[in-house]
Design a protein around this ligand. Structure first.
Ligand code: HEM
Length: 418
C-alpha cells in the first residue's frame, strides 16, 4: 500500500481543535506565573511531597495514570541534577505508564544498558554532516519561506505566522515526510501528547500516526532517500538494527519533541527581547550576544517545565527521604529559578552571570535535539532581524503573556517593523 492509498483509508477528522485542546489541558491562559508558588515550595523543601501540577489544578488524569505511587516533585537545582544523574536509583520507566502508552517503547522510557544501545544507534543519524545539510537545505529555506509571507506587510503575529509553523516544517523536512500530509500528522502529534487531557483521542492518534509511519518506513527500506527515516531504517551498530516498531516509537517521540518545544522556546525568547527593548537592540546590533540571549530565555522560561522519573530504591534527595516506588516530577523550571544559583531569577537578563541551566535535562537522557534547537532558534532570530528591521511590539496590541504549566509560551506576539 502506498502512503497516498493508506491516507485515503484514514477517516476525516471532526471540527475538534487539537491545538486549543492541548493548550487548555496544559494550563495555557490560566497558569500565568507559577514561579512565586514554586519558589515558596522550594524554600520550604527542595523536594515537595506531592505533585507540582496538582498545586496549579492540573492534569488529574495524569496522576491517575501513575496509579497509587506517592508523587514527589524535585524543585531545587541540586535535587533535580541528583535525580537525573543517578539512572540506577531513578528510572525513566515512569514514562511507560504515561506518554509511553501513546509513543511506544522509545529511548525516553528506557534504562541502561538498553537505553545506551538504542541512543548510540540513533545518535549516529544526528551527525555533523546531517546537521550541516539540515541547516542549509531545510532550516534556512523554511525560516525564509515564512518571513516571505509577511515581510512586505510591516506587521505580523510572530507566533501564528512564524514560531508556531517553522519548527514542524523543519522536522517534516528532516524526516522526509510529504509536506501535503503535514496538517494530518501535526494534528495527530498534538492529540497524542494531550493524553492527560483526552486519553481516548490520544490513543486513536497514536494508532493513526503508527499506521501512517509504517508505510513510509517500508517505502524507505525499499528505496532509501536522503532523509532521517531512511537513515534510521538502515542504521546499524554492533549488529543491532531498528525494527519498524522501534523506529515508529522514536518518530512518535521525535515529532512532538521537534515541533512543540522549539516553537515555544523561540516564542519565549522573542517575548523576553520584545518586552525588554534595550536588550533587543543590544542583540540586534551585536549578534555575538545571541547565544547568551538564547540560553537566558531557556533558563527564564523553559518551554517544557518538568520531566518524570520513578525511584527504584529508598533514597535521599537533597536531604529529603524518597521511598522506593515513588513517582518524581523533576521540575527543570523550578530548578532554573533556584535563587541559590541565580540572583533575581524571575528577571530576563541576557547580561547576567552565566551558569549552565538544566532545561535540556541532564545525564544519559539529555536532550538529543539540543544543538538542533539552538541552531533553529539562532537562524530564526538572525534572519528575522536581517529582514524585519526595527522589530518592535505593536503598541496597539495587548502586552504579550507567557502562560502554561506543562508547556509555556506566549499565545500571540503582535509586532511592527520597518
Ligand atoms: C528548546 C527545545 C527543547 C527542549 C527544552 C527539550 C527538552 C528535553 C528534555 C528536558 C529532555 C530529557 C527528557 C528526560 O530526561 O526525561 C529531552 C529529551 C529528548 N529530546 Fe529534547 N528538547 C528540545 C528540543 C528537541 C528537539 C528539536 C529534538 C529533536 C528534533 C529533541 C529530541 C529529544 C529526544 C529524542 C529526547 C530523548 C533523549 C533520550 O531519552 O535519550 N528535543 N528534551
Amino acid at each position: 500500500m502506498t502512503t497516498d492509498e493508506h491516507l485515503e483509508t484514514v477517516e476525516d477528522e471532526d471540527d475538534y481543535d487539537p491545538f486549543q485542546a492541548l493548550d487548555q489541558a496544559f494550563g495555557a491562559g490560566t497558569v500565568r506565573d507559577p514561579y512565586p508558588k514554586m519558589g515558596e515550595l522550594r524554600r520550604k523543601s527542595p523536594v515537595y511531597k506531592g505533585s507540582i501540577w496538582a498545586e496549579f489544578g492540573m492534569a488529574p488524569q495524569e496522576a491517575g495514570l501513575l496509579g497509587d505511587a506517592p508523587i514527589y516533585s524535585a524543585l531545587s537545582y541540586d535535587a533535580v541534577t541528583q535525580v537525573l544523574r543517578s539512572g540506577s536509583s531513578f528510572s525513566s520507566s515512569a514514562y511507560a505508564n504515561t506518554i509511553g502508552i501513546v509513543m511506544g517503547h522509545s529511548i525516553l522510557e528506557m534504562d541502561e544498558p538498553e537505553h545506551n544501545t538504542y541512543r548510540a544507534l540513533i545518535e549516529q543519524t544526528f551527525n555533523k554532516r546531517e546537521m550541516e545539510r539540515w541547516e542549509a537545505d531545510i532550516i534556512t529555506p523554511t525560516v525564509n519561506s515564512f518571513i516571505d509571507r509577511f515581510v512586505d506587510r510591516g506587521k505580523a503575529d510572530l507566533v501564528h505566522e512564524f514560531t508556531f509553523p517553522f519548527p514542524v516544517h523543519v522536522i517534516t523536512g528532516m524526516l522526509g515526510l510529504p509536506k501535503e500530509d503535514l496538517p494530518k500528522f501535526h494534528r495527530w502529534t498534538v492529540e497524542l501528547i494531550n493524553i492527560p487531557g483526552d486519553p481516548a483521542r490520544g490513543m486513536r492518534a497514536s494508532q493513526k500516526l503508527h499506521d501512517y509511519l509504517v508505510v513510509v518506513i517500508d517505502q524507505r527500506r525499499k528505496e532509501p532517500r536522503e532523509d532521517l527515516i531512511s537513515l534510521l531504517a538502515h542504521a546499524e551498530l554492533d549488529g543491532t538494527r531498528l525494527n519498524d516498531e522501534e523506529i515508529c516509537a522514536f518518530l512518535r517521540l521525535l515529532l512532538p519533541a521537534g515541533a512543540e518545544t522549539t516553537y515555544r522556546s523561540s516564542g519565549n525568547l522573542l517575548c523576553g527581547l520584545l518586552t525588554n527593548p534595550d536588550q533587543l537592540n543590544a542583540v540586534r546590533d551585536d549578534r555575538s550576544l545571541l547565544p547568551q540571549a538564547i540560553e537566558e530565555a531557556l533558563r527564564w522560561e523553559p518551554p517544557l517545565l518538568s520531566i518524570m522519573r520513578s525511584a527504584t530504591e529508598d533514597t535521599v534527595v537533597d536531604g529529603v527521604p524518597v521511598p522506593k516506588g515513588a513517582s518524581i516530577m523533576v521540575s527543570v523550571a523550578a530548578a532554573n529559578h533556584d535563587e541559590s544559583r541565580w540572583d533575581d531569577p524571575e528577571t530576563f537578563n541576557i547580561f547576567r552571570k552565566r551558569f549552565p541551566h538544566i532545561v535540556f535535562g541532564f545525564g544519559a537522557h539529555v536532550c538529543l535535539g539540543q544543538h538542533l534547537a539552538r541552531m533553529e532558534t539562532s537562524i530564526a532570530l538572525n534572519t528575522l532581524f536581517d529582514r524585519c528591521p526595527n522589530l518592535r511590539l505593536d503598541p496597539e496590541a495587548d502586552e504579550p503573556q507567557i502562560t502554561g504549566m506543562i508547556f509555556r509560551s506566549p499565545a500571540k506576539l503582535p509586532v511592527l517593523f520597518g
